[in-house]
Design a protein. Structure first.
Ligand code: GAL
Ligand code: CA
Length: 336
């Protein structure tokens, strides 16, 4: 009888734990996604670090592919919530759709860490006390890339092919509406005008997938267009698209300065080979680590940054912002 009671008591005590989603071994369950497994940076840098660092922290992590569809992500979040995960770590597909995800998490009382793609709806982070963001200061990448280009432009007078003192540029933008794509576009070009150098945009193309194929196809088309010979610089808002631009340049036997963002290993190699002029380290390793540090703390009900070196913005964005770093032919070896 005593034994039966004890068993019943143990089951009863264990019930709330299972209901809360914790595993039998007590590991915290993290439900996570990547907006698209096709993305060079997200799949090549952030995802592997999420996987290895979750092991280090003893977290039970599931990562699903949202395949570039916000509707799919909404369903995936519903499944995680039904499963009873302890915390959500979400990479938005549509940065304007954070509200629906936040509402789901809030309703289920599950903490939520958004990462890499910052929500664009004003004030949305204030609608739930258990939501945080981990990413970067998007403008910083554009500023760093722009300053790098200005320094090189000034050091290479022959880059001004038509000698008009103005930079004739083409720009591969990435996902329209993505804070990184928008800010990089604005601030990289602004660096020239701030330095008193004129700018003329010959073409700009956006691509929600930030892809190498897109970079290749657009650059190839530009090179054979009416303004093909006028292009003086190719500005790429990420390395993936820059790789495509480099392929197209090689195929057309044309040499032009190319700049990217992310500092993927392949970009470092292109810099080593003299095919790329610079990139900006987008520190995915630390973004992944901060995401899981905050997730773990939040799941345990601790202060989000307790016991870590991460600092939260106090401007209402509730963000941890990992710094960008300039990567040039002078210092690229440090980043391999
Ligand atoms: C950016 C990154 C891009 C792409 C994008 C996806 O931070 O630079 O390469 O991965 O995120 O949201
Ligand atoms: Ca010029």
């Amino acid at each position: 009888m005593k034994k039966v009671l004890l068993t019943a008591l143990i089951i009863m005590m264990a019930l709330p734990l299972f209901a809360g989603g914790q595993q039998e071994d007590g590991a915290i369950e993290v439900g996570s996604n990547i907006y698209s497994f096709q993305d060079n940076f997200m799949n090549g840098v952030i995802k592997p670090e999420l996987e290895s660092y979750s092991e280090e922290l003893g977290l039970d992590l599931s990562i699903v592919d949202s395949e570039g569809q916000q509707a799919k992500l909404n369903d995936q979040v519903d499944v995680f919530i039904t499963k009873g995960v302890d915390v959500l770590a979400i990479n938005l597909v549509d940065p304007a759709s954070a509200g629906s995800i936040i509402e789901k998490a809030k309703k289920a009382d599950i903490p939520l860490i958004l990462f890499n793609k910052e929500a664009t709806e004003a004030g949305i982070m204030g609608t739930y006390d258990k939501v945080w963001y981990v990413g970067t200061n998007s403008a910083e990448s554009g500023i760093i890339q722009g300053e790098m280009m200005v320094a090189d432009w000034n050091a290479n007078p022959d880059w001004d092919k038509n000698g008009d003192g103005t930079v004739q540029y083409v720009l591969l933008k990435g996902e329209p509406g993505h804070p990184d794509a928008e800010a990089r576009t604005t601030y990289s070009v602004k660096a020239f005008t701030d330095a008193g150098i004129g700018v003329e945009q010959l073409a700009l193309e956006a691509d929600p997938n930030w892809s190498t194929t897109h970079g290749n196809d657009k650059t190839a088309a530009w090179l054979t267009s009416s303004f093909g010979n006028d292009i003086e610089i190719i500005i790429c808002n990420n390395d993936g698209m820059a790789f495509g631009a480099i392929n197209a340049l090689k195929a057309a036997n044309v040499v032009l300065p190319v700049y990217g963002v992310d500092a993927l290993t392949q970009a470092l190699q292109h810099i080593a080979d003299g095919e790329m002029n610079g990139t900006v380290l987008n520190d995915g390793v630390n973004q992944a680590r901060a995401t899981l540090d905050l997730a773990k703390n939040a799941a345990m009900g601790s202060d989000a940054v307790a016991g870590t070196d991460w600092v939260l913005d106090t401007d209402g964005t509730k963000a941890v912002r990992v710094p960008y770093v300039a990567v040039t032919p002078e210092n690229y070896k440090d980043f391999f």
